[in-house]
Design a protein around this ligand. Sequence first.
Ligand SMILES: Nc1ncnc2c1ncn2[C@@H]1O[C@H](COP(=O)(O)OP(=O)(O)OP(=O)(O)O)[C@@H](O)[C@H]1O
Length: 632
Amino acid sequence: MKRKKLIRRYLQFVKPYRHYLFAVIGLGLLQFVVPLATPWLTKILIDDVLGQNGSGWTLKRVLVIFGSIYAMSVVVTFIRNHLTARLGSRMVAGIRRQLYEHIQKLSQRFYDNQQVGGILSRVINDVNGAQNLVGTTVINIVFDMMMIVFAAVFMFSLNWKLALLSLWILPIYYLTFTNLNIRIRYASRAVQRQMERISGVLVERISAMKIVQSFNGEKSELDRFDKQAKRHIHHSLAAQLLSNTLGRISEFVGYSGTLITWAIGGTLVLNGHLTIGALVAFHAYLGQLYGPIQRFADVNVTIQNALTNIERIFELLDTAPEVKNADNPLPLNACGGDIRFKNVSFSYETELPVPRNDNIGYDPDLVERQKPPKAFYWLPPKTKSPPLPTVVEKRRALKNISFHAKPGQVVALVGPSGSGKSTLINFIPRFYDADRGTLYLDGKNIQEYDIHELRKQIAVVLQDNILFSGTVFDNIVYGRPEATMEEVVRAAIAANAHDFIVKWEKGYETVLGERGLRLSGGQKQRLAIARALLKDPKILILDEATSALDAESEAIVTEALDNLMQNRTTFVIAHRLATVVRADLILVMDNGRIVEWGTHEQLLLQEGLYRELYEKQLQAMRPEDLPIRSIS
Ligand SMILES: Nc1ncnc2c1ncn2[C@@H]1O[C@H](COP(=O)(O)OP(=O)(O)OP(=O)(O)O)[C@@H](O)[C@H]1O
């Protein structure tokens, strides 16, 4: 994205807080008075007061003016810093909110290709960095630029020849800046991307610390972290080194300019062509001309980092949700729960980095080196963010799926691992949209309904049920925040959860740890069932628990599930024979296709994959659930 466009879009974030920005800029103007007035007053002090040239200036008068200016400066700086902090923190919260709102709309495909830590890194690190662009240092650059103009005007008014001699620094600075800056920007991008990788791995590993510890992975994880951090340091130092070089080059030419003006200015004073006071004032203005230039070179790395941060924020904001809500969505007040799949096909698309064309190959821990073009720039180059080279790998997961689930029916999905069962159920709440074919709900294309209305009608109970940190009550009412305590208790009773909840001292107000860690598998499952029951959905999606539960709690969970399934169209990835046998429709999946379908009896008679599965696997699921009917 071009720099101008980037900044224009960024200003949209600042817009709601513009009154703060204007106040900060306005107060900044007042702060100008000190550096501009000081040399002039110093000249008066030396030439008029101390030189006693009879111009009427007294020491007292000069000191009163100095004192007033300094006092004003202290107050103004205090208020300005406070307002800048307010502006920054409000803006950060605003951007984060917008990002959070946006990522909640993004489709599963996006999450398939991203690491949680990577997303977090944008929401936390990049937003923090972006704030720097409205920080005092950066806003001061605008004043610094104005200061250069004012200082030049004062210098010309004092002695134009000397002033011309001092300005030769500017073209040298300009060209150095133009050519180094693009390199700083590249390095800065690498810094942020590497941070994203570090965060990605950290979040993944920290949330699976049990696995790391149980495989004694601590040492190798630390090595990996060191490798990533080393690369991060490498890129940060590269950016800092370039910035430092720019700063020192401008410092060097600045000093040379100062020396030259001392030499020539000094000669002019000795020859009586310039007063001492004027020379002192000239040098003070010279400092105000060179100072900002050097300051800019030094804060430039912060600015470049902030621009990179902003670029990355927009990259995320510009990621369009693949699953979109219809333009004029149909309301879905009385959902019947009739679901029909017609020739549905789907492929997963995985975005992979292009493997490097060398012996090392692609290393997911390290960012690829992107080098800026080797060119000399007379004008600042318009640097577009170099796109990360990726290849999209498609994997067919569903092929031509057609079936009809009538309202209230139980549809069991069985099939070997990887046959597409989980993929299939993802289409009902529109976590993905089909590549080809159509899904109908109550006879209408599911994509025509309002997506939120649709999801209101669906509850999902998965094997690994995620509970959020908060109270038991909060977790149960998650899908229906307006529910009363009475309704919550009723749902918990039906889910066989009430008894264990009331045994806790705080009952429904018991606080659950992160992801409900304090609960057993069966308890979690039952709370998830209560959550689904309270929602009272027309359609239920169930991934049955396998071995996570012992026989007793499984019996309790089973009862709870049976309560949940009543009068709802249920899709269940079946791991229990009892569910399979009682299902109204069994879909046998293999390699992304429905290879057999029908009831248990019909399928056994077909002597195909179902029968094979039944004999090999299904019986092993839960021997006590073996049907009374004979299979031969
Ligand atoms: N997010 C994803 N990105 C890419 N490929 C995926 C993704 N999820 C699943 N797949 C692939 O799609 C195919 C079907 O997977 P799916 O999870 O639907 O199978 P499943 O029948 O539910 O398996 P299991 O019983 O083991 O859970 C598999 O080949 C799998 O590798």
